[in-house]
Design a binder for this molecule. Structure first.
Ligand code: ASP
Length: 339
């Protein structure tokens, strides 16, 4: 009798231990896939071979590499995904090459009005800022909204006043206006009609998604919006679920494109939902939304993202998208044109 009880107990212990080992193994496969990773975009649009001089191409490639490597260094040194996203976006905001921070497009009054957002997939905390005229790095203010306020979205003068509480760097609006943008603005034929950069010229909203060593995801986006936009117009970039979304359960995403469509289609959340509820991979989900759903609406743009295992997605329905990624242990990959 005692022998039988002992045998049954041993059997149960064996089954239990093998179950645990199996569980641990499965978890290992998932989390070991990549240690950390980041991906960024510098806008999607009429970006095709021949459109840029060799020198311009080199400038874009150099800046994208610089941003990727800085973000990589942060993640490698155990920095958080949020830290990497903010740092990468600040580099791109400070560059006049992109439509974010310095070099932003101008509204119908000839002023820069900047939008940005950031989200942490760990706890779904998020911060967005819109219609800023003096904050040098909108992505940093978005992070302050996320981490130091009970709110998610702050706008205009109120947001700038909030920035003062933390001594964030402010500049005159002229700091953002480059000669290239002033020329574009002056050439606008019909100033009542916002001309979407993606339709003709390319200026480049910026965004980044990162996965850190702790398995946390984050994403952020920063933009000047659309050239000639009506003053006060807010696009998708500061709207959580439209231009930016991150959720450790699924993915981290940043979008670029015709903001009104991206808001109406809740693009980044839609991609995450397809993964969560339908089990699609990040690539399948991003392609479905960008290349099927939006395409049928003639809505131009793209999205970059990472899933919780470090798989990268870079989908766009335009001719090209400035983009790059770097996975732990590997060299950066930078692309401007269609593969
Ligand atoms: N999505 C941005 C907006 O509509 C523009 C862009 O991505 O270029 O404000």
């Amino acid at each position: 009798m005692i022998k039988t009880i002992l045998q049954i107990t041993i059997l149960f212990i064996t089954l239990f231990v093998s179950g645990c080992v199996k569980e641990i193994k499965n978890n290992d496969i998932k989390t070991d896939k990549v240690n950390f990773a980041l991906v960024l975009h510098g806008g999607a649009g009429f970006i095709y071979e021949g459109r840029y001089s060799k020198e311009e191409e080199e400038q874009y490639i150099y800046k994208i590499n610089e941003a990727l490597n800085l973000g990589y260094e942060i993640l490698e040194n155990n920095g958080s995904a949020v830290d990497a996203v903010e740092t990468v976006i600040r580099v791109l905001e400070d560059s006049p090459l992109f439509n974010a921070g310095k070099g932003a497009v101008l509204n119908d009054e000839g002023n820069a009005e900047l939008d940005a957002s950031i989200m942490s997939g760990k706890d779904l905390s998020a911060g967005g800022v819109a219609s800023l005229k003096h904050i040098k790095n909108p992505i940093t203010l978005a992070r302050f909204v996320m981490e130091h306020s009970p709110h998610v979205l702050m706008f205009g003068d109120g947001a700038e006043k909030f920035a003062d509480e933390f001594g964030l760097e402010k500049v005159d609006n002229s700091y953002f206006k480059t000669d290239r943008m002033l020329d574009e603005y002056n050439n606008l034929k019909n100033k009542d009609k916002a001309s979407l950069e993606h339709k003709n010229k390319k200026y480049g909203t910026v965004g980044c998604a990162a996965l850190d060593k702790n398995g946390n995801l984050a994403a952020g986006t920063s933009t000047g919006g659309m050239m000639g936009k009506k003053y006060g117009r807010v696009g998708d970039s500061p709207i959580i679920g439209a231009g930016t979304y991150a959720n450790n359960k699924t993915c981290a995403l940043s979008a670029t494109g015709h903001g009104e469509f991206f808001i109406r289609n809740v693009v980044t959340h839609d991609i995450s939902a397809l993964m969560e509820y339908k089990g699609l991979t990040i690539k399948e989900a991003a392609d479905q939304v960008i290349n099927k759903k939006l395409k049928t609406q003639n809505a131009l743009g793209g999205v970059i993202g990472l899933d919780k295992y470090g798989n990268v997605a870079m989908s766009y329905n335009t001719q090209g998208m400035f983009r790059g990624y770097r996975i732990s242990g590997a060299e950066p990959v930078v692309k401007l044109y269609k593969d």
